[in-house]
Design a binder for this molecule. Structure first.
Ligand code: FPP
Length: 236
């Protein structure tokens, strides 16, 4: 598809797995499984479309309140996905990094994540950021703690704190701000996703449930973005 003005960084809030499953009389876990197929489809399509950074919201810091079995199923699914797909990512020039607080992950999941991050670390076609145990506020709190330590040990002074320093202490260090946030599943909120990086994001809300999200709906979001006039607080 010819889009003149593609977003460089696309973030997606993948909502609607549960409703997709319930509507078919399936378990919520089945919905997440089908969601993982949509993840594969959209990663491939985003890379082919020229997206440079794709950030997928897989599990929020608030999602721990779901039933334990569902939490475990999602974590397991992400681990399995990475074990299975890392070699394809390497072939396709995709660098993967996990954003979020890694301190609550099991040792085995952490091992899979780190292995995948390492194997793909020199890839440059597209950066895939999987947000797992991620919350924008939590990310800012963790950045504030790191910066406070630098001040306390005398490495920097408070006047050295700039927007760039804060950006450099976020999990997304080095990635450009998010141009477009897509949310599937019909709700219209950003739910603690990329709070800092999404300050000027365009927002695209789709009624499609995540497991049904396909290339055509992704392209509709790209069309929407390409028609926006972005002023970043200035005037035309
Ligand atoms: C939101 O739907 C979806 C999630 C909380 C989980 C997303 C996880 C995946 C797509 C699994 C695989 C991920 C990767 C990166 C391989 P919901 O459960 O809130 O749906 P509902 O609003 O219909 O209940």
């Amino acid at each position: 598809m010819d889009i003149i003005n593609m977003p460089a960084h696309v973030g997606i809030i993948m909502d609607g797995n549960g409703r997709w499953a319930t509507a078919r009389g399936l378990s919520r876990t089945e919905g997440h499984k089908e969601g993982a197929n949509a993840v594969r489809r959209i990663i491939t399509h985003a890379r082919r479309s020229g997206v440079k950074v794709l950030t997928l919201y897989a599990f929020s810091t608030e999602n721990w309140s779901r039933p334990q079995a569902e939490v475990s199923a999602i974590m397991e699914m992400v681990g399995k996905y990475l074990s299975k797909e890392t070699s394809t990512m390497v072939e396709n020039g995709i660098r993967m990094r996990l954003i979020g607080d890694k301190s609550r992950f099991s040792k085995s999941l952490l091992g899979v994540i780190e292995h995948s991050e390492e194997l793909t670390s020199d890839k440059e076609d597209m950066l895939l950021q999987i947000a797992l145990n991620y919350g924008g506020r939590d990310e800012l709190v963790r950045a504030a703690k790191k910066i406070a330590s630098l001040v306390a040990e005398g490495t920097i002074s408070p006047s050295d704190i700039t927007e760039k320093l804060i950006s450099d202490n976020l999990d997304t260090k080095g990635a450009m701000d998010c141009d477009l946030i897509i949310r599937t599943g019909g709700e219209k909120r950003t739910s603690n996703f990329l709070m800092w990086q999404g300050a000027y994001s365009e927002l695209y809300f789709s009624d499609v449930l995540w497991p049904d999200f396909d290339e055509d709906e992704f392209d509709r979001a790209m069309q929407f973005f390409s028609q926006r006039q972005r002023r970043f607080g200035g005037i035309k």
